[in-house]
Design a binder for this molecule. Structure first.
Ligand SMILES: NC(=O)c1ccc[n+]([C@@H]2O[C@H](COP(=O)([O-])OP(=O)(O)OC[C@H]3O[C@@H](n4cnc5c(N)ncnc54)[C@H](O)[C@@H]3O)[C@@H](O)[C@H]2O)c1
Length: 264
């Protein structure tokens, strides 16, 4: 049907590129992006703190004929994040695209109203959704500048960064920060051929987060990881070479509906 999920991105849009996917071992969006980048022709470094997931994802890609490597580390460590970039360059000789996928709230801290939230939870959710992205972007930009080739950064954001996010204040603020970060990177490095864009996802069903209320989505269904991958391939590849600092919303229409239904 016209609004069924897509199953792959544009063929070979990333042919010959070297890509790093931070959080690429996950069962949801991260793994789907790793697969889509490989299907689009890229060599893919799958970085994750979970060694088994990273290895399994890289093995899957290698088994399908792609070049892939597993890198293990924690995004809360600056040296691990730097190591993801240097490890990718060591393996493939260069870095052309970075996707930051690690993030979320429910997996890390409780969903409570702002006055109930402690500093530790705020800091953790901020670190896992924004601070490491700036860290990874810095490392990738240094590599892009050193190579003199330019490059593309794609960050997986959320509609919670674009509208009120009850019981998700820290998560929403961090995801909103990605929107600002992408704009600033765009402005600072456009002349170097370095681009940064965000994909703001609505509810996406994954193994870790299967539920969701389809009735709240104008398109009548919850998203699947492959709904996000086409946007990620587009933004990571030269298909979007005239686009930077932007936020592409993939949410089945949630953010545009407001209080109105089709019958109003
Ligand atoms: N699923 C949704 O409904 C939804 C909606 C909006 C936005 N998002 C965003 O999509 C992204 C992916 O979400 P997902 O639920 O599909 O996850 P996912 O299945 O893609 O898994 C993320 C991966 O990150 C890894 N990871 C977690 N903490 C890490 C750390 N400290 N260091 C290194 N790796 C770590 C995990 O091992 C996992 O493999 C997140 O940024 C999330 O905010 C998801």
């Amino acid at each position: 049907m016209w609004n069924d999920p897509v199953v792959s991105g544009p063929a070979l849009a990333m042919d010959g590129m070297s890509a790093l996917v931070i959080g690429g071992g996950g069962g949801g969006i991260g793994r789907a992006i790793s697969r889509a980048f490989a299907a689009a022709g890229a060599a893919v470094a799958v970085a994750d703190r979970d060694q088994d997931r990273a290895a399994e994802a890289a093995d899957e890609l290698t088994g399908s004929g792609a070049r892939a490597v597993a890198l293990v580390g924690d995004v809360r460590s600056r040296s691990d994040v730097d190591g993801f970039v240097t490890g990718t360059v060591a393996e493939f000789g260069r870095l052309d695209a970075l996707a930051t996928v690690v993030g979320g709230q429910v997996a890390f801290v409780p969903a409570v109203r702002l006055h109930e939230m402690g500093d530790e939870d705020w800091d953790l959710v901020y670190e896992l959704n924004l601070r490491y992205v700036a860290r990874a972007a810095r490392a990738a930009i240094r590599a892009f500048l050193h190579q003199g080739t330019g490059g593309s950064i794609v960050s997986i954001g959320s509609v919670t960064g674009l509208m009120a996010a009850p019981r998700q204040a820290g998560y929403g603020a961090a995801k909103a920060g990605l929107v600002s970060l992408a704009r600033t990177v765009a402005a600072e490095y456009a002349g170097d051929g370095i681009r940064m864009n965000v994909v703001a996802c609505g509810a996406i069903a994954t193994s870790a987060r299967p539920a969701g209320n389809a009735a709240q989505v104008p398109m009548g269904r919850i998203g699947v990881p492959d709904d996000v991958t086409a946007a990620a391939v587009y933004l990571a590849s030269p298909l979007s070479s005239y686009m930077t600092g932007q936020t592409l919303v993939v949410d089945g229409g949630v953010t545009v509906r407001g209080p109105f239904s089709a019958r109003d």
